[in-house]
Design a protein around this ligand. Structure first.
Ligand code: SAM
Length: 198
């Protein structure tokens, strides 16, 4: 029997339709609150695979120019409801196919997106991130490390992360997270990767 493919929209739409969203925190990760407190310079921010999109409001209220992108229609509808007047900051589209034209971001926020992708898609993730960031732009957020017997989520190892991101990024900060949603518990790390010229 074929395994369900988590790179496909339908995989995620099905979960959103039945409310099977165990990754959903219901709010802002404390590590993001602390990042926003120490990162005062406003920049253009992208949130790929934003789900409920709680972080859109947090970045907006911190003065950043934020856009989120999500390809599951029920998730987009939910995020727009959560965000009210900020709902138009959520683009309904595929991160890998959307035409971002010449827009480049100072910051891309990660939570639950890389680990939602089968590892075969990770090289596309790394190159897309690097190409959408401005020089010295940063890929920041929560990355999963460890073992998962029934992926997704697909966690990284230090070796795979170094191989994947090490060519285009330098790791500036790495902190393990004590408390996560059960499906990510013990796996989440707050990381900040700065784009380097290759
Ligand atoms: C595990 S959820 C994480 C959602 C959110 N970031 C969070 O932390 O709650 C992954 C989300 O990414 C979305 N997604 C997966 N691949 C995508 C793609 N190529 N483009 C846009 N959204 C995508 C899914 O629809 C799903 O809502």
């Amino acid at each position: 029997m074929n395994e369900p493919d988590s790179s496909q929209t339908q995989f995620w739409v099905k979960r959103w339709e039945v409310g099977k969203i165990p990754w959903d925190l219901g709010g802002i990760p404390p590590t993001l609150v602390s990042f926003l407190t120490r990162t005062r310079t406003p920049t253009r921010v992208l949130i790929p695979g934003c789900g409920s999109g709680y972080e859109v409001r947090a970045f907006h209220e911190a003065g950043h120019d934020v856009t989120a992108i999500e390809f599951s229609a029920p998730a987009v509808a939910h995020a727009r409801e959560v965000l009210g007047p900020l709902g138009d900051k959520v683009v309904h589209g595929n991160f890998f196919k959307h035409d971002f034209a010449a827009t480049r971001y100072g910051l891309i926020y990660e939570r639950g997106f890389l680990c939602s992708l089968p590892p075969a898609r990770w090289p596309d993730y790394a190159s897309r991130m690097a190409s959408l960031l401005s020089p010295s732009g940063r890929l920041v957020g929560l990355f999963l490390y460890g073992q998962e017997p029934e992926p997704p989520p697909f966690p990284l190892t230090e070796e795979t992360a170094a191989g994947l991101l090490g060519r285009s990024f330098r790791l500036l900060r790495n902190e393990s997270v004590a408390v996560s949603v059960p499906v990510y518990q013990g796996l989440e790390h707050w990381q900040e990767w700065e784009k380097i010229e290759s």
